[in-house]
Design a protein around this ligand. Sequence first.
Ligand code: CO
Length: 497
Amino acid sequence: MSNKYKEYQSKMREIADINHAAAVLGWDQEVNLPEKANQIRSQQLATVAGIAHEKFTSDEMGVLLEDLKEDENLDAKEKRNIKLTKKSYDRNTKLPKSFVQEMSGAISESYFAWHKAKDENNFAHYAPKLERLIEFKKKQISYLGVEDHPYDTLLDEYEPEAKTADLEVLFKEVKENLVPFVKQISEAEQVYDAFMFKHFDKDQQWKYSLDLLADIGYDFKAGRQDVSAHPFTTSFGSQDVRVTTRISEENLNEMIWSCIHEGGHALYEQGLPVEEYGLPSGSAISLGIHESQSRLWENNVGRSLPFWKAHYSKIQNAFPEQLKSVDAEGFYKAMNKVEPSLIRTAADELTYHFHVMIRFEIEKAIIEEKVKVKDLPELWNSKYKDYLNVDVPNDSEGVLQDIHWSHGSFGYFPTYSLGSFYAVQFYNQAKKEIPGLEGKIEAGDCSAMLNWLRENIHQYGQQYSADELCMKITGEKLNFKHFMDYAKDKYSGIYGL
Ligand code: CO
């Protein structure tokens, strides 16, 4: 290894240390923060993030990357690390400091206005701030440059190399295939799930949730679980990956799905190679691939009959009264109930993608300047009627429901659907390669599944792009057909179609 590359490595690790220290502060903010501490904590976070940013965008780093770019002695992994770091360096240095500061101010204003508007069901209060933030995003696009479509430039931050044109094709297939299938389900006899909404004691759920995480292979020696308002996963390095869950005493679904979902994200982070700490080869590929890991555990493993054949007696023992007249199959059907609804985060495995499609179409229309901010509620409501046949009663539960736009996170939503579609394609491949996979899961052993993910995905960090990884594992690019076939097979069984 060349001396320059060693220098690069040590600089990157130092920056990672600083970023992870900021992550500890952020985790603590969500989990433990006393009432008065908000302002000082935001200040501390901004200071630490600023130090990391300064180090990363220094001229010294620029020269080092420029030199290493030309170094023919690097091996393939090292070359890719330099290439990806240089891309991120360019992205960070193309934006003038004054612009970044002004946009960060616009984000704060927009976030607070959104919060108030959502509480008071008053879109007009938020509209001017959102409008201003969108102008900043357009300016950001012009600083960063456009190849095919300006929306690609925003997507690239969350899903590197993703293209608007490909997403258009993907969501067209969702529209043509999934929309009519969900309609067919809605006309069938509905599944019974009332027992999921009885009273479930908080402490009892907490105890059970730790078992559930252990059952899928989460390593408690390299992490811990806590409670927060919005469940999340955060990593301080692959030997310390934290998850949080949310517990509702009136809805058993919340704890189960946030545990398995965040657990899936955490298994990816715990599986990244320790020796590549701080480098692209030691970090996750994209939000879409990250989501493929959470969704694979949540939907393909966690919402399957084999998994509950193994684990149902445990949850039934935890809640004997509530679940006394329900068997594993009844439990499996209840957790897979399909029902078009207003709120994305509460949506089932199928209609979830209509929520994402609506956001994608609206974001694209915003960037293409085909819709004005003041008309967003109307556009939102008409799309909910079209795709979900749902009437939106007010903007708080409509166009104001998600935090993402208030943060300026345009281009983020599509990664949720990409993740679910990748998950099915990966899971199908795992079934082909692991003899008797579902039998093992039914016997209570998820280790073969986890080892396959470790070997085929986690260990590589960013050595492959999302496209390359999918090709390498499954022999083809992302193909919606796999998701659709899976959906038809599973839900025809549940709904007797
Ligand atoms: Co997720």
